[in-house]
Design a protein around this ligand. Structure first.
Ligand SMILES: [Zn+2]
Length: 71
């Protein structure tokens, strides 16, 4: 069973819960009891963002702020 991270919208505490992939259980915050938790996709989304930002321009050696980067 995968572990998902949830961040409490009320107190900001991040907690981990074991959860089936297809379940959408409402976990209470262990710190304040709130059920206003947001599921975190920090690890996965960070990897995706890095891979897309890593596509550098092959014309300019620097690849950073080249005039082709927006194309
Ligand atoms: Zn909380």
């Amino acid at each position: 069973m995968p572990i998902f991270e949830y961040k409490c919208a009320d107190c900001g505490k991040v907690s981990e819960f074991l959860e089936k992939a297809d379940s959408r259980a409402d976990h209470p915050c262990p710190a304040c009891g709130s059920k206003n938790l947001k599921k975190q996709f920090s690890t996965f989304s960070a990897v995706v963002k890095q891979s897309s930002a890593g596509s550098k321009c092959h014309t300019c050696p620097s690849g950073g702020n080249c005039p082709h980067s927006g194309l």
